[in-house]
Write a protein that binds this ligand. Structure first.
Ligand code: FAD
Length: 433
């Protein structure tokens, strides 16, 4: 295999580096440890952090792993190759009476990536995370074995792989339980709220199919929109899929430009009450893929944390105050409710409460503020989402994810030489053996 290292970076343009990018092909079922150097797996590369590539090593992309392998329409169970996108999954089941249980926030994410980060969507309170619907998965481990793991067979490997950020082996396929479909159309309403005081309660007390908060001015007196959506029995076609992000990166991440985009959205949506396709609701963010280019070459930190609903507003105010105190601004800030379902993975992010994600242009002082705020998140019993992380320290990770030692014990058995590594795994010393 040619050793050509190509440039790669996180979705937020941070941490640029070089890796050998290799598409998966069937010949690779030979032992992975014949590959020289560290290796990691990559789906669509939609993670904002550094979990889906390894510097000076081999990053294996989904390659041939695409498509639906089996669909049992009477049982609502589908099996697909791990590189299948969530959009392709939706299209395969649409009209069958079944629906994808968890959409996440981007249509381009793959099933392998959705399992690797155990992603959650705007309906977590009702449906839990992606891993809650995985009946089983096939994993290519470093010694070249194909292992089928599920909650009943190799349950330890299953729990280490769901949310295990690609560090146990290559997921080649997965079997998923679908949910009965009401329709592909949702009625969406947005209600303005004027202060963050109460957003946590609002999210907690609202019981609907999908919901999320959009915050303006999280750095100052936060206000925004609370979106609620429910399926309705109407047919509505989905909008055209947006074009993927272009290469042009311009540095427009100024408070005036990004603040105006936020203000325009607020004005356009403050009386929103309309029906839309469930894809357009869940993948709203895909229409604005260009926005990550607005941060120019320096990129941005996407930071997402979760804490209990009762302390959520206080945590948001504290983060806003800390950013403002350091002269920093944050944009595209979204809040969601997380339900109390059993986390399927040892490193799964979702825990019952509320979660906030926000984007902060890179610059002096950002890492310091985010690390200090992470201490507060830890004191409040919360955690930071590794799919988006660029800042937490090893010590902070170990305090946020108490199952880390159990996870390490399982993963060491399947990867005793620590061959599978990502930049995230190295940065946080996830495999210290
Ligand atoms: C616009 C946007 C909105 C988003 N909204 C949400 C949201 O609402 N909720 C949420 O949870 N996340 C959200 N995300 C994050 C995104 O859903 C996750 O990062 C997801 O994991 C990306 O999938 P991917 O296929 O691109 O995986 P990648 O980013 O390529 O990889 C993610 C992880 O999975 C591992 N992996 C990928 N494929 C395999 C495989 N076949 N075998 C083993 N390991 C594998 C990788 O090693 C890596 O650790 C959003 C991202 C974007 C860009």
């Amino acid at each position: 295999m040619a050793d050509i290292q190509v440039p790669i970076a996180s979705w937020s343009h941070l941490l640029p580096t070089r890796t050998r990018l290799v598409p998966y092909n069937r010949a690779m079922t030979a032992a992975l440890d014949q590959l020289a150097g560290p290796v990691i797996f990559r789906g669509a590369g939609r993670s904002f952090g550094d979990c889906a590539y390894v510097s000076n090593g081999t990053t294996i992309t989904s390659g041939e792993l695409h498509g639906i392998l089996d669909f049992d329409r009477s049982a609502g169970v589908i099996e697909c190759a791990s590189g299948t996108s969530l959009l392709a999954l939706h299209l395969a089941v649409s009209g069958s009476g079944w629906a994808v249980p968890v959409y996440g926030g981007t249509r381009w994410a793959t099933v392998g990536g959705a399992i690797g980060n155990d992603i959650h969507g705007k309906n977590h309170a009702r449906r839990g995370s992606f891993g809650n619907h995985v009946l089983g998965l096939t994993l290519l481990t470093v010694d070249g074995s194909l292992v089928t793991a599920s909650p009943d067979s190799h349950p330890d490997l299953f729990a280490a792989t769901v949310g295990g950020i690609g560090l146990t082996g290559l997921i080649t396929s997965a079997r998923l339980r679908l949910v009965p479909a009401v329709s592909d159309t949702v009625r969406v309403r947005a209600v303005p709220f004027t202060r963050t005081a109460g957003l946590g309660r609002l999210l907690e007390q609202t019981d609907c199919g999908y919901q999320f908060g959009w915050l303006r001015h999280p750095c100052q007196q936060a206000c925004g929109l609370h979106y609620r959506a429910e399926h309705v029995a109407v047919d509505r076609p989905r909008d055209r899929d947006p074009r993927r992000r272009g290469a042009l990166r311009v540095n427009l991440a100024t408070p005036v430009v990004l603040g105006s985009l936020d203000r325009l959205r607020h004005l356009a949506h403050r009386r929103l009450d309309r029906t839309m396709h469930v894809i357009d609701l869940n993948y709203w963010g895909d229409r604005f893929e260009f926005r990550s280019n607005l941060f120019g070459r320096r990129g941005f930190h996407e930071y997402q944390f979760t804490v209990a609903a009762e302390v959520f507003d206080e945590a948001v105010r504290t983060l806003g105050g800390m950013l403002a105190g350091a002269g920093l601004h944050s944009y595209f800030t979204v809040a969601k409710r997380l339900g109390g379902q059993r986390p399927p993975g040892l490193l799964s992010f979702p825990r019952e409460g509320c979660t906030l994600s926000t984007q902060i242009p890179d610059g002096p002082g950002v890492l310091g503020v985010l690390r200090s705020f992470t201490e507060i998140v830890i004191d409040l019993g919360g955690r930071v989402y590794l799919a988006k992380d660029s800042c937490v320290t090893k010590n902070q990770l170990e305090r946020m994810y108490p199952e880390i030692d159990r996870w390490r014990g399982i993963v060491e058995r399947y990867d005793p030489k620590g061959l599978i590594q990502s930049d995230l795994a190295r940065r946080l010393d996830l495999k210290p053996w």
